[in-house]
Write a protein that binds this ligand. Sequence first.
Ligand SMILES: *Cc1c(COP(=O)(O)O)cnc(C)c1O
Length: 420
Amino acid sequence: MLERKKSYVADGVGTALPVFVVEAGGGVLVDVDGNSLIDLGSGIAVTTVGNSAPAVVRRVAEQLEAFTHTCFMVTPYAGYVDVAERLAELTPGDHAKKSALFNSGAEAVENAVKIARVATGRDAVVVFDHAYHGRTNLTMAMTAKNMPYKHGFGPFAGEVYRAPMSYPLHDGLSGADAAARAIDVIDKQVGATNLACVVIEPIQGEGGFIEPAPGFLPALADWCREHDVVFIADEIQSGFCRTGDWFACDHEGVVPDLVTTAKGIAGGLPLAAVTGRAELMDAVHGGGLGGTYGGNPLACAAALGAIEEMETHDLAGRAREVEALVRGRLEKIAAEHPVVAEIRGRGAMLAIELCRPGTLEPDAARAAAVSAYCHRQGVVTLTCGTWGNVFRFLPPLSISDELLEEAFDVVAEAFAATAP
Ligand SMILES: *Cc1c(COP(=O)(O)O)cnc(C)c1O
């Protein structure tokens, strides 16, 4: 199968593990050879409710029998409206909200920028160091890391400016000081009156699970409000119970003007959304937003099923339980291995950053070695970070404590086995 893949699938599509999955659920992936792997990645934060959660399967099967597609822009159907209603209820803030649905996270981010530009009549977009917003032309421009996301793919979209992120481990700044530093860059290098929107991941994903210091996000949101700049939270990775609340913004009571969602929203089917203040969303002319498949009926049914699972099983609460268990295990590893510079993240979105002991020099080689060891032992782990030195954990919330303990036995073993 690997040889056939090599023959027919483009080499640019990388794969982390040399396996072919035939079954998945409850935190276990089964491959064609009958190997069982414990899943600490959730297909990159997607299968939060599991790989075939009962409510998702039931609703998608019913929808599949009824119809697969009509195109909402031609002949609408209720599922799309139902998802938009649930998004209005669940996203931060109690103001009037509306949504537009898309297929991928990158598409949602692009559309959020389009909406902000029309609503403000301004062009500039501010993003942050270590940001990840996708792989389309505009979102590549917004993404920070060159390899592998941008290398050779330019020229990139213009009017995208980058501000310094709050990164407590490396900058030692308080949230207020880091915000003042970012605002100074924005003010001097862009100017508020040219600025349509500030786009930020409340906890950065691919960039290294960087959690800004408390106060950073509220200060930025306040500055945006003062200057009529649209504050956009990219909650594509951090949203939908992942961090122990519905959205990562909820932890500090930050209310974004627009929020982008995808990944965990629909239990594995492709769906994404922009949700935000009704007056901003409605600034766009009729027909200006859409796409052939955006808000596909099967994906909408899946989202309603995933939200049902999150509510009936209190998966935000489950994410907090997962955090308690995993943090305990990570603290033990950190106590024994000085290469662990920091444990961070929230809920079931946790990471450890590896630096050479006693320094803040990234140790990407160790992260790769630990991850490779876990893969050989059948635990699916992911790395991330601008320097590739962050080991991240995104288990599905359908996983049992027993499996988590077993997986972290392997992670602990991996640190011991790769110690210099
Ligand atoms: C994954 C991700 C995206 C892009 O989503 P795709 O569905 O892969 O296009 C954008 N922003 C964040 C924060 C992400 O984690």
